[in-house]
Write a protein that binds this ligand. Structure first.
Ligand SMILES: Nc1ncnc2c1ncn2[C@@H]1O[C@H](COP(=O)(O)OP(=O)(O)OP(=O)(O)O)[C@@H](O)[C@H]1O
Ligand SMILES: [Mg+2]
Length: 321
């Protein structure tokens, strides 16, 4: 295997330059959310019966898996009380109304319902914050009914436990686990830009990586780790059941008939990939095979020009050395 031109170090450098959200940006966005959270806490202190109970950073910014191209900030908002609507459209209007009350210094047009979330827009700098409702009835582990951003259905799940689940794997591999996830997400984004109907949800990528970690795969060499990821998808046709025993015994797993079965690590009945069709699964396998082949070719290529050509097949033309 020739790694003369591109090896681990070059992929790491590419990640730092082009893939990762820079730390100062991540800190700025987290602080932005923190200010919103504190505002809600202040309002709750004055109005203890208020039904918005808590806001929690969720999504990639909470997990440390954000790409440089991050374009909104995901926050879950826990809503309790008997008058919270269970119809999604009504729930979003309800959440919008309550957020406008809790954040009186925002103009009404800065707090707006979207299809499955409510966005809070800041004047000037900062990204929009996307607030996702979670119907909550007091569970100590913060299980609640999260409105799916894919189809508006209610998903029983726990964001804090998801964060803990990811944190456990991150601890095993220092920075490498999150880095390989970001590289794979960058690849998926590049494929999406080329194929309009391609889908590969970030949460699914993370859970596949978590499975590889649990199988003992070492993430410290990035070309190798990416190759393992693509090989796993190609070998299993992405139709093998992926489940974890961290929060439930596998005997509790539901029966799943969907083509892709990547099960929520905190809810044995929730298939996080249930909306994927066989055709969508096939196209993930097809592009994973291509990416795996390209990495093989890149690692064997004799010249720098050839090597870059193959890595660009994986990451696109922004890959340069
Ligand atoms: N089907 C699902 N079941 C349970 N929880 C889900 C599901 N889909 C998303 N989530 C929750 O929402 C969080 C964010 O979703 P997702 O991973 O797709 O986006 P992200 O990490 O913000 O990535 P991106 O960079 O693509 O925005 C997940 O970490 C998980 O907690
Ligand atoms: Mg996100």
């Amino acid at each position: 295997m020739s790694r003369k031109h591109v090896s681990h170090a070059e992929i790491l450098q590419f990640a730092k330059d082009k893939v990762n959200l820079p730390k100062d940006k991540a800190d700025e966005y987290r602080a932005q959310v923190q200010r919103l959270r504190e505002k809600l806490e202040g309002y709750l202190f004055e109005h203890p019966d208020f039904t918005l109970k808590k806001m929690l950073l969720s999504g990639s910014l909470a997990k440390g898996t954000s790409l440089r191209s991050l374009n909104d900030i995901d926050v879950g908002c826990y809503i309790s009380g008997p008058d919270a609507p269970t119809d999604v459209k009504k729930l979003l209007d309800y959440l919008t109304d309550r957020l406008r009350k809790a954040f009186p210094n925002f103009q009404p047009e800065q707090v707006k319902p979207q299809t499955y979330s409510v966005t809070v827009s800041f004047r000037g700098s900062g990204l929009d914050v996307d607030i996702v409702p979670i119907l909550y009835s007091g569970d100590p582990q913060w299980y609640g009914n999260l409105v799916s951003q894919d189809d508006g259905s209610f998903l029983e799940t726990s964001i804090p436990l998801h964060l803990e689940f990811i944190r456990k794997r991150k601890q095993k591999h220092e920075t490498d686990f999150a880095q390989v996830i970001r590289l794979a997400k960058f690849w998926a984004k590049k494929v999406k830009s080329e194929r309009e109907d391609f889908r590969f949800k970030s949460f699914m990528i993370e859970l596949i990586m978590a499975k590889l970690s649990d199988q003992g795969i070492d993430f410290s060499d990035y070309p190798e780790a990416l190759q393992q990821f693509f090989t796993y998808i190609a070998r299993t046709n992405i139709n093998e059941l992926i489940a974890f025993a961290d929060y439930y015994p596998t005997s509790k797993l539901g029966k799943f008939t969907e083509p892709v079965k990547i099960i929520d690590p905190v809810n044995a009945k929730n298939n996080a990939s249930r909306l994927y069709t066989q055709q969508q699964a096939n196209s993930i396998v097809e592009v994973a095979l291509d990416a795996g082949d390209a990495i093989d070719s890149a690692l064997a290529a004799p010249t720098k020009q050839d090597t870059v050509y193959y890595w660009q097949k994986v990451f696109g033309s922004s890959f340069q050395i």
